[in-house]
Design a protein around this ligand. Structure first.
Ligand code: SAH
Length: 350
């Protein structure tokens, strides 16, 4: 924790934030303000469906009352900057109430609009191939700051968001309570199906089991990236405290508890983890496991020396896994030219 986050804690205790509250909670809040219960439903609809940024925006509320409310905040951020890649992916730098900046990505496709949300300001994991970790860690995001990212992208595209992936800045399972609260609200209040929400984690001891206890129906992805413990520790420093076998055991438990399969993400780094022996070793771990492997060809970042493998090597790796009956696909990231692709998000570029 930095001094910044301490300052935020004291600040955030003053205004009451409305975004993230359920219909019942908003109804309670308006009653406390001396308003009739149905005003709660009006605020709820304006917050989640009509994109209100302040109570003053909510024209159905009594003018005098909405203009005189203090001690609350709707909880929306401001778009500080937006860059658009040739493939129409938009990367946003959003300014939070305490002045910190986070990155969010909007990825349009036929009949889909996916938002890649951040769960933290920065990231403490320091994975060797990822730009976010190189910029350090500042603080966890609150649930409303995650929901806001989705509403902001929805508003900017003028289109409903269909999918949300927790693959922006940060490690969601360090911030599990706020992430679970955001998932529930995105599902119940914003109206996005749980299966269209993806939580991606590098894995932390005990945290995958803890997430499983919430019995969410979200898509669950684990960033594996290596076929053995030694290699994984080189790429992901925190893996030292989390043996690969223990991680895989917890993933099996996740499947047992939730009835949902696990996706494994495997970044392909030329000459490092993309050799035929790595594919064989990975297949051994995953044989008979209710899972799916997503191969992610490395997206270059300034701070690391890795190379993306050739198309031939990528397909060879995929075929070796297929031959071992491992379900596998290749996921090329979008937004590369706007530095908006997986691993390219960082807080320092403003
Ligand atoms: N902390 C979470 C979510 C953020 S990263 C996690 O680790 O899963 C989302 C995905 O992008 C992860 O699989 C991550 O390992 C991957 N990634 C990070 N840097 C990358 C890069 N330079 N190229 C391609 N994928 C990268």
């Amino acid at each position: 924790m930095t001094t910044h986050s301490i300052e935020y804690t004291t600040k955030s205790s003053t205004p009451e934030i409305l975004l993230g509250k359920s219909l019942a909670e908003l109804t309670d809040w308006v009653k406390q303000q001396g308003q009739p219960a149905y005003r709660g439903k009006q605020i709820y609809q304006w917050l989640y469906q009509k994109g209100a940024h302040s109570l003053a925006d909510i024209s159905v509320l009594p003018k005098k009352w909405r203009e005189n409310q203090t001690g609350y905040s709707i909880g929306r951020s401001h778009i500080h900057y937006c860059s658009i890649a040739p493939d129409s992916t938009r990367k946003y730098l959003l300014r939070l109430a305490d002045g910190l900046i986070i990155e969010t990505v909007g990825i349009p496709a036929a009949k889909r609009l996916t938002v890649c949300v951040s769960s933290q300001v920065g990231c403490p994991m320091s994975c060797d191939f990822c730009a976010t970790g190189k910029g350090g860690f500042t603080r966890n995001l609150k649930a409303y700051e995650i929901i806001d990212q989705v509403l902001t992208v929805q508003e900017d595209f003028g289109e409903r968001v269909s999918n949300v992936v927790f693959m922006g800045m940060g490690e969601p399972l360090i911030n599990i309570d706020e992430v679970v609260a955001a998932v529930k609200s995105l599902n119940q209040d914003v109206g996005i199906g749980q299966r269209s929400l993806t939580i991606s984690t590098v894995g932390l001891p005990g945290k995958i089991r803890e997430l499983a206890q919430h019995k969410l129906q979200v898509t669950f992805a684990v960033s594996l990236h290596a076929s053995n413990q030694q290699l994984r520790e080189k790429l992901i420093p925190s893996a030292k405290y989390y043996p690969l076998d223990t991680l895989l055991d917890e993933c099996r438990e996740y499947v047992r508890i939730t009835g949902r399969r696990v996706s494994f993400e495997y970044i392909l780094l030329s000459g490092t983890n993309d050799l035929p022996e790595h594919a064989q070793e990975l297949a051994k771990h995953l044989k008979g496991f209710q899972s799916h492997v997503n191969l992610i060809p490395y997206n270059p970042i300034d701070e690391a020396d890795y190379q993306r493998p050739s198309k031939k090597a990528i397909h060879q790796f995929q075929n070796l896994l297929k031959n071992e009956r491992v379900a596998v696909s290749i996921r090329y990231s979008r937004g590369l030219e706007a530095d908006a692709a997986c691993g390219q998000l960082r807080s320092s570029r403003i």
